[in-house]
Write a protein that binds this ligand. Structure first.
Ligand code: GLA
Length: 532
């Protein structure tokens, strides 16, 4: 090769290699840009705030166009739109919850969901996300998944409908304690043992509160044989059940017919019979079975819900252990009209979740009177658990809560921390004269005597021939209320009456032909009236 030719060759090689380099860099750049397109389906895995080692999955569909991000948080039946940006490796988006439609006449406004803001970065194909919840910063990791992975599993066949035999339990409304209202995800083995101890020490057990119920968030997943296993908050369920039993108490647990519980933990989907056997083997005496994610799979109508609940009802009965069966499906498809009982239910929720606020308790409680005739021994309406002692209501409001739930013959499931009750809380939960109304052996439903401008008079006949009358003041001012003698059943006519105030624990009197009381705002006067 001549020198000139060599020079030309070198220039050429240099040019070629530069071109290659440039092309490679360009390719890399284009490749990186392509890898950074967020368009697709994402599974956002969020660790449980209580540190129990479990994760919640939330699914997003993201569409990226330039620096603009849109899509939805995938929810059944409709997604919640998201909007945001992906710029300089940083992702920022916010959910845009729809404005709820106006409520039907006379109903409270539906709650507007709050937007959630996500910030994050893309690292090795995974999104490192931060959001802010009520408990502070939450860190999640998201991975791209297929569309199918975001969809609920296919529906499994449900049993043909039948009427299950009565299990003979809950002849009076169940009484006990449940972890959800106070502890939610923070319930653990130590808390449950502490609650069992306090149940005994406070005298509650001897007053009839015997069930210690673990609500959602105890689950981890399944072992290699498909057996449901607890997470690290509950190292040994059998030992815990033994402990609770050793205190003369009974123990309850929670599951869902869906793949996930309401808090996103492992549900009984596809494992119904196996899970009934597992909990029976642990020594469980009560199951709360909470619909939640099954609604993503099955129709929301009475025959379908009956079949779903019947499946577990039958599985529980097949264990031959006495297990109270609590249906939690928020009163859908009028569960009280008969199918809840056919499915083996001892109690069924009639409403959405209660919260520790007057407006919630007041609305739920007084709305139940019309359902009272559907309850009967062994099969009770459940307007949700008690909030007494949780701090969000006044003492008068909590007395109303206890009085109303007892008149309704609702399950009395305390939801407070029994280890640190004030005397006021203790006196309300332990008012044996009011508990006796709830537990009256010959159930007869409560009825409304009068309802006017927020002043409600309720009356319930009792097994011993007496009646109990509740004067409830739902208004925001003290009120004088009265109960006319003529409202009493005919059997009371021209007989001498004995009245007893069940909160003051003392005798009361009729003044002439009426009983009159000053009732504080949101308070109650509860009197038992017997004919001598
Ligand atoms: C639902 C139920 C509640 C509670 C939670 C647990 O909301 O109605 O009582 O069990 O689920 O996730």
């Amino acid at each position: 090769m001549t020198q000139g030719a060599f020079g030309a060759f070198m220039i050429c090689r240099f040019t070629i290699s530069r071109a290659f380099l440039l092309a490679a860099v360009l390719l890399l750049f284009v490749g990186a840009a392509a890898a950074q397109d967020l368009t697709g389906y994402w599974d956002v895995r969020t660790p449980s705030y209580s540190g129990d080692g479990t994760f919640r999955d939330t699914y997003f569909r993201i569409e990226q166009s330039g620096e603009t991000v849109s899509g939805e948080l995938i929810r059944k039946p409709a997604g919640i739109p998201i909007t945001g940006t992906f710029k300089d490796e940083a992702l920022h988006f916010v959910t845009v919850p729809p404005v709820p439609p106006p409520p039907p006449p006379g109903q409270p406004p539906r709650r507007q969901m709050l937007p959630i803001t996500y910030d994050g970065t893309l690292e090795n194909g995974r999104l490192m996300l931060t959001t802010h919840g009520r408990m502070g910063e939450i860190h999640s990791v998201a991975e791209k998944v297929t569309k199918e992975a975001t969809e609920p599993p296919a529906a499994l066949p449900l049993p043909a409908l039948k009427t299950l035999p009565d299990n003979g339990l809950a002849k009076t409304p169940p009484m006990g304690w449940n972890s959800w209202n106070k502890f939610a995800g923070r319930v653990d083995d130590a808390a449950v043992r502490g609650m069992a101890d306090a149940m005994v020490a406070s005298g509650m057990r001897d007053a009839g509160y015997v069930y210690i119920n673990i609500d959602d968030t105890w689950e981890l997943g399944r072992d290699a044989n498909g057996n449901l296993i607890p997470n690290k908050k509950f190292p040994d369920m059998r030992a815990l059940a033994d402990y609770v039993h050793s205190k003369g108490l009974k123990i309850g647990i929670y599951s869902s017919p869906g793949p996930k519980t309401c808090a996103g933990y492992e549900g009984s989907y596809g494992h119904v019979t196996q899970d009934a056997k597992t909990i029976a083997a642990w020594g469980i005496d009560y199951l709360k079975y909470d619909l939640c994610s099954d609604l993503d799979i099955y129709k929301d109508d009475a025959p379908t819900l009956q079949a779903i609940y019947q499946e577990m009802g039958e599985a529980l009965q097949a264990t031959h252990r006495d297990i109270i069966y609590s249906l939690c499906e928020y009163g859908r498809a009028q569960v009280w009209t008969g199918w809840g009982e056919k499915a083996g239910g001892n109690l069924w929720r009639t409403t959405g979740d209660i919260s520790d606020r007057w407006d919630s308790m007041d609305r739920i409680g007084f709305d139940q009177i019309k359902l009272a005739a559907y309850a009967k021994p062994g099969h009770w309406n459940d307007p949700d658990m008690l909030e007494i002692g949780n701090g969000g209501m006044t003492v008068d409001e909590y007395r109303t809560h206890m009085s109303l739930w007892s008149l309704l013959a609702a399950p009395l499931i305390a939801g407070n921390d029994l280890r640190s009750m004030t005397d006021e809380t203790r006196n309300i939960l332990l008012n044996r004269e009011v508990i006796a109304i709830d537990q009256d052996p010959g159930y007869k439903p409560v009825g409304s005597i009068s309802s006017k401008n927020g002043l409600e008079t309720l009356m319930r006949p009792l097994a011993d021939g007496s009646v109990v009358v509740g004067l409830f003041n739902r208004t925001s001012a003290t009120a004088e209320m009265f109960f006319p003698r003529e409202s009493l059943p005919a059997s009371f006519n021209s007989r001498k009456l004995a009245l007893r105030d069940l909160w003051k624990h003392e005798a009361a009197w009729m003044a002439g032909e009426r009983f009159t009381a000053i009732v504080p705002t949101h308070g109650v006067v509860l009197v038992k009236i017997s004919a001598e």
